[in-house]
Each structure stands twice: as structure tokens, then as C-alpha cells.
Design a protein around this ligand. Sequence first.
Ligand code: CU
Length: 471
Amino acid sequence: MRRILPRSHVLVLWLVGCMALTLPARAQTSADVGQWSGVMSWPLSATHAHLLPTGRVMFFGEFAQGDTPPRLWDPTTHTVSSLPFPGYNLFCAGHSFLADGRLLVTGGHIESHVGLEDASIFDPVGSRWIRLPDMNDGRWYPTNITLANGDVLVISGETVGSGIMNEIPQRFLASTNTWRTMTSARLKLPYYPRMFLAPNGRLFLAGPQRLGRFLDTGGTGTWLTGPYSNYGTRSYGPAVLLDGKVLLIGGGDPPTATVEQIDLNVATPAWRYVAPMSTARRQHNATILPDGTVLVLGGSAGSGFDNKAAPVLTPEVYDPVTNRWTRLARGNVYRGYHSTAVLLPDGRVLSAGGRNTNNAEVFSPPYLFKGARPTVSSVPDVVTPRTTFSIATPDAGRVTKVTLIALNSVTHSFDQNQRLITLGFTRGSGVLTVTAPANNNVAPPGYYQLFLVNDAGVPSIGRMVRIPAVP
Ligand SMILES: [Cu+2]
């Protein structure tokens, strides 16, 4: 018998039907938006964080915490241990890795705006500090940039007070453990300049100010003018280097959602806007992922220095191929000023620290929920520029990407060491034949994580490879 529904029931069914059409087809899963771990209590705020060639994360803290031993976190056991103390406060130092995987740490903290002249190397294998000759003057918030021959340029940082900068860069000569003062490259720059070794061998100043510049590091240094970025000053906005293209992401006060890119591979580079983030941010972190996308974590959408009243808890990821941002699973803790993010060898991302924030979490991006990883059976320990090399993998037929990511060394929304290099390759049976980076301007000497990525976007475990300096 056919039942006739009363008119009111028909209306209800119609309304339910309309609602069903406007709802998503299914609930979002971890394969869509990723997943957060619980919050780990840590002994200090990871204001400075580094992925060591051992696969462990070294971190040190803010203000008085910087006067205590740095710590080491093991991402497989999730345990924290103490490292040796170098004898002075490391807060607000600069840092990047040397060609042999040791970490060069420059400057440090006497009090706010007053920097130390000290410099040291941390050896992660011997777990010890090596003290270097002092620099020319104090540096509080300097940037380190590793150069093509394995030397490191250190630039900027306050000396004795607010706005009183160390205007003279210095080159750390790795072969003699001495400093060359770059007397002809004197320039007043803001805190933690966003600087990169460009494919043309010069250093490129990408921000936070609009006026870009190139620095020729030969002799005692020569500045050359460069292109202006479009937006304006991007204080506390990160910048990342992706295959010779710099991405400038948010920053400023009030913060902006805008993002700009410049291609340093071309003869006349120029900044252009790409797709903006879904929300404005400053004090956030940007971390390159194995698949060549960029994960943005944390920051504040509000005006002011470190506005906790407007936390951005939703990460988002940028795909430079499609020029699209995707919002991911909402986090739990505000991570603004003094927070850090580090790509772990297993493809997860450590998100840690913040002002008075003595804890950390781990974000698992969506690619970790999309099936089995490609397996790397063997990879050379050393990848020499301008050569080809073989990677043995039973999953060769499904590999769509081979990437190198330089080890993270991050503080104050800027990673002074990370960069992405996408490698060309051909597939064989159980083997990939891969083209190494063209030279040390593309790939400064040091340790990198090598990843295979399959056709589902799933990365292998990162394998540490060393790129030597080739004259
Ligand atoms: Cu600070």
C-alpha cells in the first residue's frame, strides 16, 4: 500500500534534503587535514631549534633559559636530554650548519638589545662545543648564511642597545676557524635579515624590508641593488627558498595574508604576488615538506607585537605547483613569538615553543595517512654536485619526486638553513638514476634529508646525505 505523507512531513524531508546537499559529502579525515599529537611538556621554550645530522632535534630557550644547557629531543623515543653548556647565553644567536654537519652559533644574549661577541661550533657527533675567536662586536638577532665553499657569512644583530646594529658582516673562514671582516659591505639592516645564497652565487636579501639587495661575498664584500618586493615591511614573516625561488609569507604589523615570490634563477628577478594565505599572520613559521609544499604553522592574526588574543591555530599548506593553500587540522596551542618548527625524518613536523610556552607538539601532515611509504633500500652517503647517482628502491615505478631539504635551523620565524632542491631522475627496475644538484650555489655543502615521494604524495623516511664542496 502506498503511504501518502502529510504535507508537514514533506516539508521536513525537503529541508533535510537541502541541508544534506549543503553539507560536505563526508567528514574530513586525517588524510585531508592531518593530525596533531598531544602536547609534550618541555623544560624550556624551544625558541631556537635545529635538526641535527643524527636525526635528533637540538633546542635552546628564551631569556634566562638561554643561560642553561641546550636540550636534545629524540623524535623516535620522544625523550629530552641535556647537552653541554657552551658557557654563555645562546638566546638570540644566529645559526647555520657547516659542511661537516656541525652547527655554527653566532652571538647571544647579555640583555634585550645587547648582544654577545661570542661564537661557537656545536659538534653533534662528539656532543661538544668548540669556542671560536670572538666576532668584531656583539650580535643580538644576527643571520648566518652558509656559503658555497662552506664558509658562513654572519650579518646584522644589535650590539649595545635598541636599533644600534652591528653594520659590518663577517665571513667565517671554515678552513682556519677565523673571521674576515667584510669592511666594504657595511650596511644597517634590521633583525634576523631574511637572506639566502642565490643560484648566481650572491647572497639575496629578501626582507623584512621592501628593498631587496644582492651581496657579492668576494673580498671584503660589495652590495648591489636588487628588486623591491610589493607589499611593504614584513616584520616577523618567514621566507623560504624553493628551487631558487624565494617565498615571502605574511608578516608585518598589522599582519598580512599576502604572499610573494621571486625567481632567482632568471636574469632579472622580480617579485610577484601569488595566492594569499586564508588568514593574516605574523610570528608564524614556514617549513618545507618532503613533497615540495610549504607548511605554515601558528602566528597571530592580530595587530601588535605578539598578539595572543588573535591566535591562528589552523595550519595551512602551500602548493607552489597549483598555487593553492589548503587549511589543515586546528592545533591546540598558540605558537607566536619564540616558536619554532622542524621537519622530522619521518615526515612529521615538530611545532614547539613560544613566549613562556615550555611545550611542544608534533603535526602529522595528510600525506602520512595516504598509504604505505616508498622504501629506500640504499642511497649514497655523499652526493657530489654535477654527478648522477643511484637510489635503490623496490618502489621505483611509483616515485614521482626526489627532493633534498637542508637541515632546519630556525628561530624568530626564520629558518637560516632550510632550502628545497628538487632533483631530476629516471626510473629503472628497482632503481632511480638521479641527477645531483648542479653546484654548491644551488646546494651549499652540508647535510640534507633526501626523500622519495610516490604518486599518492607519500614521502619515504628522510635519509641523511652529505653534499661536499666542489671547487
Ligand atoms: Cu626574541
